[in-house]
Design a protein around this ligand. Sequence first.
Ligand code: SF4
Ligand code: SF4
Length: 330
Amino acid sequence: MNYSDILEYAEEAGIKHLSYGKTDKIEGISNKYPFFLISFIPYSLQGKEKYISDRACADIAPFAQANHYAELTARFKKLVSAICIKTGYKKADFRIFSNSPFPEKQMAVKSGLGVMGKNGLIINKTYGSYISIGGVLLPFIPKGLPEMQYNSPGCDKDKETWDDYRQQENTPLCKTCAACITACPTKAITEKGLQKERCIQYYASTHTIVPQEIMEKWGTTLYGCPHCQAACPHNRKDLQEREKISLGRIGSTLPLDILISSSPEHIKQLIKKSTLASSWLDTKTLIRNAIIVAGYLRCKSLSPAIEEHTHSHDSVIRDAATWAKKQIAN
Ligand code: SF4
Ligand code: SF4
């Protein structure tokens, strides 16, 4: 099959910004899949849907306000169907990914779609880091591969291995900029990159005890700490062609009283089909995040619900609630 046919089918499936690469030197990908296609959604930033103004809320970053991963997956499913009809391959011969355990950042760099920033995120030359990435592993290498469509500085398909990329100038779009280093409330970013054990977003998505010094700087994040991306000069462009996805749209805030006083089962129902309902994110982690926000904001009205969580069987929730209770009392 020719790459030009794939491009045509991709367009019909709503996939823009398509790029590609060979998987031979990419860590952790079976040799059943010699090739990958990769793309991204430059998501809308019009997220200030604060629908509850008189209640304390926790914030959701733009990348999680709609289910961009599910949208990308749906588009790639359409593309795979079209390729199967044309080639006789089965759908099971392909592997779609979006926010998966596959080395997506490595594939994004290898495809020329973007480069790493000092904050550890992929930066596209045009859209910055406000992009969600997804793609598909293919069981064959298409014919007639074109010249690289994306040509971010530092991207070069001749560089075969991830180590080749690491050894060159690591963050070619950053140069001497240090805006994210300055903006990060927990000093998680250095010139050498991100230290995840200091990163609020790492904790916001991981069910583990959060160090007190990180909780003290937490801010109002329910999911998606925004500061390093908001500071990045590559994210300043107000591009009209950003996409506002409706699939799984949940908005930019959720009220703390609901998150802290409801059962995990009830919250699961409320966030159904959104990014917050993804399998990698434990609902109890969202409750823990909301408790930290309540402590950070010193929400006295939530004291009774927080008090209950100080007796939780879950040590992660109990630890956050104990801290929040002290914060509110001070
Ligand atoms: S996500 Fe937040 S804590 Fe993590 S590096 Fe960015 S600004 Fe710092
Ligand atoms: S803020 Fe500056 S240093 Fe940080 S990722 Fe963006 S360009 Fe790189």
